[in-house]
Write a protein that binds this ligand. Structure first.
Ligand code: ASP
Length: 327
């Protein structure tokens, strides 16, 4: 009888807590939401997150506050969200690194495909191959010659193993069959500061961090990784035009929540994302930074899930061929 009572008690308690979770979710969001960016403030992922978070906040009626948790190529921040309370008040804005780190790290503090709920895709940003302003090479051919001739001293900045800058740098090095010296940062915001000061030689980074610098002539730019030239950087050849088609890559960004986050919360976040991506300010700022908002059909949990799965499969053999692992 005692056992019976205990079982009934436990079942009632579970039902009650389920009820109160969905009752909470119905009124969601009732307070501020934290959006974790797994890289430093002032970098390209941070820029995208802040623009989108502001526009989503308007739709949700609650503020989304961006928190930067940089380190270990984005895996620290992703791990933070994987282990956060699944209540809809902690989300993650990450990029392609979510897929590449699944292969680059043989051990992660989370199971990439099973630790998250999906909100939707945000934007697909091209990368640009840059060098310090005083780099003598005039074009990509010249940069390759310089890199090959000075391979023991040429430094390539990145945001750690698993970052987009790491992937792009890895594609550059494997395309020219020349390993160079890599210098990791917690994000390409601080890496850009060092590139501007000529403390590092080369960097690959999203246009959301590089367009203004390229336009202002504070860095040398050699190519863009998109299939077509960009309106905002008309003179910059594509990697295909410049002779390294293997470097073509798009840095897709997505929003995630911890596994088990109530569906009502995910639905509201996903709707707010769609609204944010139609915000004229987001659209205009993205255009200035060489990118555009994802279409409605992509700002969905299903589209992000499919993208992540497809990209893990796509990059696995490339990373394995390069033989680069974080551990
Ligand atoms: N652009 C960085 C990367 O390489 C991250 C950042 O700082 O936003 O992934």
């Amino acid at each position: 009888m005692k056992i019976m009572n205990a079982v009934i008690g436990a079942t009632a308690l579970a039902a009650l807590s389920l009820f109160s979770a969905s009752a909470h979710a119905a009124g969601y969001p009732e307070r501020q939401i934290t959006m974790i960016v797994p890289f430093s403030a002032g970098g390209p992922t941070d820029t995208v997150a802040r623009l989108v978070a502001e526009a989503m906040s308007k739709d949700l009626g609650q503020q989304i506050v961006v928190e930067n948790v940089g380190g270990a190529g984005g895996t620290l921040g992703a791990g933070r969200v994987a282990n956060a309370e699944a209540d809809g008040y902690t989300v993650l804005l990450h990029h392609i690194g979510m897929a590449t780190s699944a292969t680059l790290y043989r051990k992660l503090p989370y199971d990439t495909l099973n630790a998250f709920e999906y909100v939707g895709l945000v934007t697909d940003v091209p990368m640009t191959l840059l060098a310090r302003k005083d780099m003598e090479a005039k074009d990509l051919k010249g940069l390759i010659e310089y890199a090959k001739a000075n391979k023991d001293k040429v430094t390539v900045a990145n945001a750690g193993i698993g970052a987009a800058s790491h992937l792009c740098g890895m594609l550059f090095m494997s395309s020219i069959e020349t390993p160079l010296v890599t210098v990791p940062y917690k994000g390409t915001g601080p890496a850009m500061t060092d590139l501007l000061g000529s403390q590092v030689d080369i960097m690959c980074d999203q246009t959301t961090n590089t367009t203004k610098q390229i336009q202002g002539g504070t860095v040398k730019a050699y190519a863009v990784t998109s299939p077509e030239r960009l309106d905002v950087l008309k003179d910059l050849p594509t990697v295909k035009e410049a002779g390294l088609p293997q470097m073509e890559v798009g840095i897709w960004h997505g929003i995630y929540a911890p596994k088990g986050t109530p569906k009502e919360a995910i639905d509201k976040l996903s709707k707010a994302l769609k609204v944010a991506l139609k915000d004229p300010n987001v659209d205009a700022r993205f255009a200035e930074l060489g990118t555009k908002p994802s279409p409605d059909a992509d700002a969905t949990p299903e589209a992000l899930k499919a993208k992540l799965e497809g990209e893990i499969t796509r990059w696995k053999p490339v990373i394995e061929a390069a033989g680069q692992y974080a551990d």
